[in-house]
Design a protein around this ligand. Sequence first.
Ligand code: G3H
Length: 525
Amino acid sequence: MDYSTDFQIKELLHQQTYLSNGELKSWKGKKDEVYSTISSSEEYKPTLLGSVPHMDEATAVEVLDFACDAYGKGQGIWPTMKVADRIECMEKFVSLMKPKRAEVVKLLMWEIGKSLPDSEKEFDRTIEYINDTIEDYKQLDRNSAKFSKRDGVNAHIRRGPLGVVLCLGPYNYPLNETFALLIPALIMGNTVIFKPAKHGVLLISPLLEAFRDSFPKGAVNVIYGRGREVAAPIMKSGRIDVLALIGNSKSAIALQDQHPHKNRLRLVLGLEAKNPAIILPDADLDLTIDECISGTLSFNGQRCTALKIIYIHEDIQEEFNKRFAARVDTLKLGNPWEEGAKLTPLPEPDKPQYIQDLIKDAQEKGASILNKKGGEITDNFIFPAVLFPVTHEMRVYKEEQFGPVIPLKPFNDIQELLNEISNSNYGQQISLFGSDINELAPLIDTLVNLVCRVNLNSSCQRGPDVFPFTGRKDSAVGTLSVHDALRSFSIRTFVASKDNAYNNEILKKLLESKTSNFVSTEYIL
Ligand code: G3H
């Protein structure tokens, strides 16, 4: 491992404040230390990065009060503000966020072990997401800057906010995925309470002042602490209108269960997945192997969109298995800033052991490790094992491994395989490798009803972020994309009036005087 770099931790980051009601309030209570699983010395030792507030229930509920006040049951400054003014706040935020790139990227590497190019990509992709969201909102506003008439009724239809949003993101994309919830929620006029993920929490610190300085007080609030101590009481209050979470269904259900008025609670959830690859006998193996390597092992397989099981046709399994296993062993393991490092330390200290348990279980039930380095374990990593043949009794078949282990399952009857996939609890995406259109066509026609994105000769992925990101069954609630997220965090609301001279005169005056922020046919260019 290479330690002599510009990316050394020179000073600790002790986050002593939280963002509430437009102020960075000082936290005097308990703190949680933040460690990286990356060692700063040859002799392995987790590295202390700093600390964050361990907030309590009372403070969390106080923050909730401020978020509710800022929403003002729909009467607050932020939800009633002109679209153009909300956009201006968001533009200011992006301009303040951009100079923080280096700080955030460095923390992404240390906190979650993401490689330098991928950490930079996460930051840049987030900036692009915000800019695209602003443009899409302008278009939405342009499309609404008109009246519709039907059956003698004039209607001015727009989208309005839903209320107070509790926003919780995952550790694997602590910036991008969290902001892909928070930004659309905010721009649509909702007020937000955001709690960073357990890993990937300090990287929000450089952005706190930007939040404080860009939005009216209480519109965005940032809290720290354990979910059950801060998020659960917030939900229990019944004052949260939208739960926006990317994580697993267990935590989503636990939080929903706290809410006393379930009919009022809207959900925007990105949950677990076990995306399969199906490799047909006529697949181009060079391309398939490339895609399966990135699909299974980008960010060590810690992506909800990762390929988590590969179904290989028996006719080509011998060649595929040999070549794929050899390729896995060529991947370079290194610290995130090391040139060419494709595999990096795992941020969860107990993950190597968990993956090892999956491997042992599979071996006991008849699978072998196909690659020489597979299963080699260190303090903060376990080298990806290619396991074959995997059967449905094995834990690695059933559990979402979210880490570096690759189950291969042979098949020869495609209908049996389709039945197996349709019985799965997951339904996010699939990768389909092959070239014969007579084979592919009926498969595509079925698979689009089992998942929400069929990737043809390509690995699974969320991006580009303008495309819909969703899932069936246990994999998601609601759809995210730049365009869809604006809809998920808003509701259609409108002003209607009978088409007569009296009403039309009032509408005319409303429009001419520009006294209403809602009734307006002006639009932003
Ligand atoms: O963890 C799930 C992410 O949404 C995956 O995003 O496919 O762009 O890596 P990605």
